[in-house]
Design a protein around this ligand. Structure first.
Ligand code: CO
Length: 165
């Protein structure tokens, strides 16, 4: 089932999400629907708060042939940073540079309840960080430069107004 994506201004995007306590059939179904939704709109990643569910999980498809279903991630960030352009399915039409850790070490549980540890670089590292931020109610537009923030402020206000009415 393809789900509706929450847009900037929606409450669920700003809430700190809760740990998944048990990977039951409901969680599996949500993850499957998230993958279907991500593929429909050709996204690289989709986090549960973006479909209005404040649980600590997201799905990733960076085009390396692996569809990751990530539950309760814990991230260690490298000190080295790198800047790259980002967008977000919840913030349509806005693309800006964001400075992030160059590499990350991520520990998470997958949908089969297996513990996974991954060292990630480049697009995968960026996607892990972007999606993990969603679980804390943080959006990439919070992390852009002050100048970029000023430039996108009006667009974000318009999105919020549309959502809140
Ligand atoms: Co996003």
């Amino acid at each position: 089932m393809v789900l509706e994506i929450k847009i900037y201004g929606e409450e669920s995007l700003r809430i700190k999400s809760e740990e998944v306590k048990e990977i039951d059939s409901e969680i599996i179904e949500i993850l499957n629907n998230m993958v279907e939704t991500m593929e429909e709109i050709k996204g690289v990643g989709l986090a549960a708060p973006q479909i209005g569910i404040n649980k600590r999980m997201f799905v990733l498809n960076i085009g390396d042939g692996i569809i990751r279903k990530v539950i309760n991630p814990k991230i260690e960030y490298s000190k080295e940073t790198v800047e790259c352009e980002e967008g977000c399915l919840s913030i349509p039409g806005i693309y800006r540079n964001v400075k992030r850790a160059e590499t990350v070490k991520v520990e998470y549980t997958n949908e089969k309840n297996e513990k996974i540890v991954e060292e990630a670089t480049e697009l995968l590292a960026r996607a892990f960080q972007h999606e993990n931020d969603h679980l804390d109610g943080v959006l990439f537009t919070d992390k852009v430069s002050p100048v970029a923030k000023r430039l996108i402020r009006k667009k974000l206000q318009a999105m919020t107004k549309k959502v809140k009415g």
